[in-house]
Write a new protein. Structure first.
Length: 182
């Protein structure tokens, strides 16, 4: 039972990864308990209980897989940073036409740099982590940067002053990012 302690003292209680240390002990205790209860039953009832148990486990497994594949993936696209690859793809194809490309802070910098195939060593040695070459990461609460050069903005804001280029959508069809030219 000491395996619960790391989860109990973390700031995010209960912490799933830290409590995973308890899984083997909980499984063993449950197996011993179920085995004991089944041994108390008569032979005919034991078969009925085991068949019912197997049916419930199979139905639960199919239900979980159905929800995981069809509902969870669609409804939690925002949590998995879905759409960044598409937005970066647009930036990559049209980026040569723009002097500066801006991403707001609602977009994961790590994911953007990953899909841009940006050299990690170059990023680690850069002095200003928010301005890397022609790529800029700005806070959406700051005013939209004004520039005399043609710029592209990828943002989570509903609209900004500029020429609308298109939207990138989450798997559930809601707007993930807007792409604007200024």
């Amino acid at each position: 039972m000491i395996s619960i302690v790391p989860s109990a003292i973390s700031t995010l209680n209960p912490h799933a990864l830290r409590s995973s240390l308890a899984i083997p002990a909980v499984c063993i205790i449950c197996a011993v308990g179920v085995s004991y209860l089944i041994s108390l039953l008569a032979d005919k009832s034991r078969k009925i209980v085991l068949a019912s148990y197997v049916a419930v486990v199979i139905i639960s497994a199919f239900n979980f897989l159905f929800i995981y594949q069809n509902k969870y993936a669609v409804d939690s696209g925002w949590d998995w940073q879905a759409g960044i690859k598409s937005a970066v793809g647009i930036v990559t194809t049209e980026g040569d036409n723009y002097h500066d490309i801006y991403f707001d802070d609602g977009i994961s910098k790590t994911a953007v740099l990953w899909y841009l195939k940006f050299n990690p060593t170059e990023y680690q040695h850069s002095q200003d982590k928010d301005n890397i070459g022609s790529y800029h990461f700005w806070t959406k609460y700051a005013p939209v940067p004004t520039t005399s050069h043609k710029s592209l903005f990828v943002t989570t804001q509903p609209s900004i002053n500029g020429i609308f280029k298109g939207y990138v959508y989450f798997p559930n069809g809601s707007v993930a990012y807007g792409i604007w030219e200024i």
